[in-house]
Design a protein around this ligand. Sequence first.
Ligand code: IMP
Length: 421
Amino acid sequence: MSVTLVIGTQWGDEGKGKVVDYYSKNADYVVRFQGGNNAGHTIKVGEEIYKLHVVPSGVIQGKTGIIGNGVVIDPEILLQEINDLVQRGKKPKLLISDRANIIMPYHKILDGAEEQYLGDKKIGTTKRGIGPCYSDKVARNGIRAIDLTDKETLRRLLLRILPIKQKMIDLYGIKNKLDEKEILDTYSTYGKRLNQYITTTHIELNKAIRKKKNILLEGAQGTMLDVEFGTYPYTTSSHTIAGGSTIGAGIGPGVINNIIGIVKAYTTRVGEGPLPTELLDKTGEHLQKIGHEFGTTTSRPRRCGWLDLVVVRHSCLISGVSSLAITKLDVLNGLPELKVCIAYSLKGKTIDYFPARINDVAACKPIYKTFKGWATMDAASQKVSDLPKAAQEYLRFIERQTDVPIGLVSIGPGRTETIEV
Ligand code: IMP
């Protein structure tokens, strides 16, 4: 049995959907533990493409998906996703934590209002209500999955919360009246429909671990969007790092056997905030085009740049990453020269760590090591030694710099375009 955790080591969109799908073949349970429908995981099976936002990717392989207590759930989106899967003959086996917080309509309104108010200082959120929902959870004003299943409880909660939210909406000058009856009816209907899935997932999960089942913990976003260790305040509102998985799923840290850090072979970011290795030139455009770097959730173009190993080392350190999965290596095909950031120059000093002060991050100038590129690679490669020599050197350099072994290399979107090391 094993408990394996998959996390993103950059700014999200590292290709976690594919890697989770790949490792799901051995898993009995696949667990989401943070984030919400700000995430978007794409899985390609043959000619079929699945885009999931809340449902754990492993359900495509027929595994039991758990939406843990640390996730924030938009029930409308979740029900749509379940429906879509049912229509495509993939009825998901799903368990939803009774403690997961619910994204309410006012969270979405306020997410948009705050961003608009911030103007050019905005975070660039996905406007899915994620931040306001997590804020309410911590402020103890949240509504949880279990609350949707009892209309009277929900009514009491709404009576307390809605007037405060209405005041905030009015203060932002937004013309939107929260209709208590409509919200109560809609959300208790969602509760009725989701009731069959809502349970004490932390108990189920711990039972499964005792029974030596294989568990895959599926992280969303990436370390640099972690609310504690990311490019704060340009982050999401949850813990995307390894530590987030134990809180967000209700398991002890000691049960995790493997921590897989996903590293895209270059860097991307959606939304605002500094990106030290950003390429605002033809190479950046090339990576965006060849890598199809447009958000799964918002369709926004992703900013692209060279691989930043200061970032990856930071992520490995914080999460105790035990192996790396390198994704989208094939996107680098055809580039005559590749650069990898190994340190930053900040105010005349060389630093090899990620600074806390956001203005310092913005002032960091990458120090690069330059590599020879490779023309192309065989999508049917089975071993690292089948890859072009220059690509092998690129991979070895990542291992040496991070001091973490590579366990998997993805050289295309399909399941078969994967090399297990
Ligand atoms: P929020 O999570 O919607 O509050 O957005 C906060 C920041 O995280 C923004 O920069 C988003 O673009 C970014 N973000 C949130 N989810 C993802 C994701 O799944 N991939 C990449 N960026 C994300």
